[in-house]
Design a protein around this ligand. Structure first.
Ligand code: MG
Ligand code: NI
Length: 475
């Protein structure tokens, strides 16, 4: 048996593209599996010289998948640079838009991107292991999933004028108030939204019960966990402080997002263009951590909405007193957050300030730099701008969710490849599991690569002499 290497390209049903290389040894076992994300650093440079108030409209162009997240993080960084704290009603409306984005993104990921593996099976025919196959297998559920996503998108469109690339948030606030008829239109879809998310939760819990063996051997490893929380350590997606816990579940840090550079550094590996953020005090790789739904729920002691908080108790019971380490539980955590976001939409719409027209702070007190942080659907998103006294951008640093999760995705790919690819026969369903290890994190490779449109990616198998044995390409 000659040592081999497998490449999966493109990794399918994730947002954007990646390449996986599986290197086999002389015995035909997996030596190591690599996830390569080709980061193109152009965007940070491209923004230099632009005005800070333009940034909420330029940075959503980083990505057609999560423009709302960049729009809002950018506006928050702009608030800080302009020294213009938004009035409370403006923050409520921004957060409402953010909740719309969480619902549509999480809903789509669960039902349309992860759903085919869970509902049709990792080993089902790849020709129909997609949303078309889902529609054939379960037309009712597919329609509900489409409506769920639409509800989130309509919230974004109501506030931002359109479903993607919204025109809404500006440094100091937002440019449009909410009308009572708009609130009523959103609330009309509330009950169905909650019911669909609860159906999803039942699906993932039933699936987990039937696939406990997979859950417990698919990408299970210790890391830290990172994300925003409120002062009570409850889940927070729009404001609050960053909390970091260790693999044992104990708090390592809790700090103002603007101080992130005191706590995080980025490691570079020669086989990946995407950097690997880690907690400075523990060093690399001891200080690596996970973000996104699993990171946030491990980090949160409670949730401020009742239905999601009840579900969080079940999540916490999976590993009492300790973080939940199973990569496949990302899907469960994602739906719990989706439930929170939907419930929180109602809280925001019931707020007495929600129709206020006091939505823009025009008093400016310019600062040399500003940081805007939000919890995007995929994890913590950091925008950091340095500007001159006129508000012209001198320098930009962005850390996107997929960057924070880079180490964890690479580890999950390696772990899943070693666990599942054991014999000389390497069939498609095994390779699909390796891809699913990436997919569980819902990476936004458009963001991390700062590419416009899709970047081609691959799965390659190579032997110990680096000879290509097999390539998997699916378009
Ligand atoms: Mg950066
Ligand atoms: Ni993105």
């Amino acid at each position: 048996m000659v040592a081999q290497k497998i490449t999966i390209e493109p990794v399918t049903r994730i947002e954007g593209h990646a390449k996986i290389t599986i290197r086999l040894n002389d015995a035909g076992k997996v030596e190591h599996a690599y996830l390569h994300i080709n980061e193109f650093r152009g965007f940070e440079k491209f923004c230099e010289g632009r005005m800070v108030f333009e940034m909420p409209y330029i940075t959503p162009r980083i990505c057609g998948i999560c423009p709302v997240s960049h729009h809002l993080a950018s506006a928050k960084a702009g608030d800080a640079v302009m020294g213009a704290q938004p009035p409370r009603p403006a923050s409520l409306l921004r957060e409402l838009m953010h909740m719309g984005q969480i619902v549509q993104s999480h809903g789509m990921h669960f039902f349309e991107l992860a759903g085919p593996d869970l509902l049709l099976g990792f080993d089902s025919d790849p020709a129909t292991r997609n949303v078309v196959g889902l529609l054939q297998a379960n037309p009712d559920l597919t329609v509900k999933a489409v409506n769920l996503r639409k509800w989130g998108q309509e919230i974004i469109a109501t506030l931002g004028g359109r479903r993607i690339h919204p025109v809404f948030a500006v440094p100091g606030g937002v440019n449009k108030a909410l009308k009572p008829a708009e609130r009523d239109a959103i609330l009309a879809g509330y009950d169905e939204t909650i019911a669909t998310i609860q159906t999803g939760l039942q699906i993932i819990k039933d699936w987990a019960a039937a696939h406990m063996e997979d859950i417990n051997k698919f990408g299970v490893f210790p890391t830290g966990y990172f994300g925003l929380v409120n002062p009570d350590n409850a889940l927070e997606l729009y404001s609050g402080q960053i909390r970091l816990i260790g693999a044992d579940g104990k708090q390592l840090e809790k700090f103002e997002p603007s101080h992130y550079l005191d706590y995080i550094a980025e490691h570079v590996e020669n086989w990946s263009y995407l950097k690997f953020p880690y907690y400075k005090k523990l060093g690399y790789p001891q200080g690596v951590y996970r973000v996104g739904p699993l990171g946030r729920l491990n980090n949160s002691e409670s949730i401020t909405t009742p239905l999601a908080n009840e579900e969080l108790k079940h999540f916490k019971a999976l590993n009492p007193g300790k973080p939940v380490e199973n990569t496949l539980y990302y899907h469960y955590a994602r739906l719990i957050e989706c439930l929170y976001a939907a419930e929180h939409v109602k809280d925001l719409l019931d707020d007495p300030d929600i129709f206020s027209t006091d939505i823009l702070n025009t008093c400016h007190n310019p600062q040399p730099e500003g940081v805007g942080v939000i919890e995007a659907p995929r994890g913590t998103l950091i925008h950091h701008y340095w500007a001159d006294e006129t508000g012209k951008i001198q320098k930009v640093n962005l850390i996107v969710s997929t960057g924070h999760n880079n180490w964890a995705m690479c580890e999950a790919v390696d772990s899943v490849a070693k666990t599942y690819i054991t014999g000389p026969e390497i069939h498609e369903g095994l390779l699909n599991r390796v891809e699913a290890a990436v997919r569980a994190h819902d990476p936004c490779l458009s963001c991390s690569t700062h590419a416009v449109g899709q970047m081609p990616i691959i799965l390659e198998i190579r032997d110990a002499h680096d000879d290509l044995v097999e390539t998997l390409r699916r378009d």
